[in-house]
Design a protein around this ligand. Sequence first.
Ligand code: MG
Length: 243
Amino acid sequence: MFETAISNFTTKNNFSDFKLKAIFFDMDGVLFDSMKYHAQSWTKAMSDVGITFSEYESYMNEGRTGHSTIDLAFNRDYGRDATEEEKQEIYRNKSRYFESHGKSPIMPYANDLLQKVKNQGLQIFLVTGSGQATLLDGLQVHFPNIFRKERMVTAFDVTQGKPHPEPYLQALKKSGFSRTEVAVVENAPLGVESAKAAGLFVIAVNTGPLDEKVLWESGADIVLDSMKELFEKWEEFVLNRNK
Ligand code: MG
């Protein structure tokens, strides 16, 4: 399955080769099983200001910056952008509700996969739209010696969040690698769109409630059911590609 996906990718882009040097990981829904808490928190914070925003919509919009998500909902329900004060208040409430859930569990097999990737000598980057302090701090606690500050792109580094390509373009620039040396692991439709707009090879892991069709339609090169499946098939993917 990987062979076909990679050959489609290289042919389409006119690349003569695909040799892995780095893996770009998204965070929520990939490393942390945190999306259900984000979804519940968004629904609650929006309903505080009279906006109906379903948990399903949170999954569909995952990866957007908080402010962009709020504008989207405001435009739909009130026909205008939210004011700066409204954005700050809603995002503050959303963050508070999220933090009240306590620590998000690690996604099963995330640690095993990261260790494997590290042992294979591949560089690991984090590319997230999140600015949620507990998750970012939690990275060092749950995945010690895996992530380095200079190999991270978070909500604080970008002006345009996913689905805009900026987060992944920044990561590519930071890495110094080319598009033929990088693969992305994403779970969200807009995350996939962002990475594809940056011209990268994207493995989607469908860890949430969405139909996998949504991830294919966002342009994913391959769609798997879980991080467990990715962990188990990893060798098949990197075979002869990490030299
Ligand atoms: Mg995600």
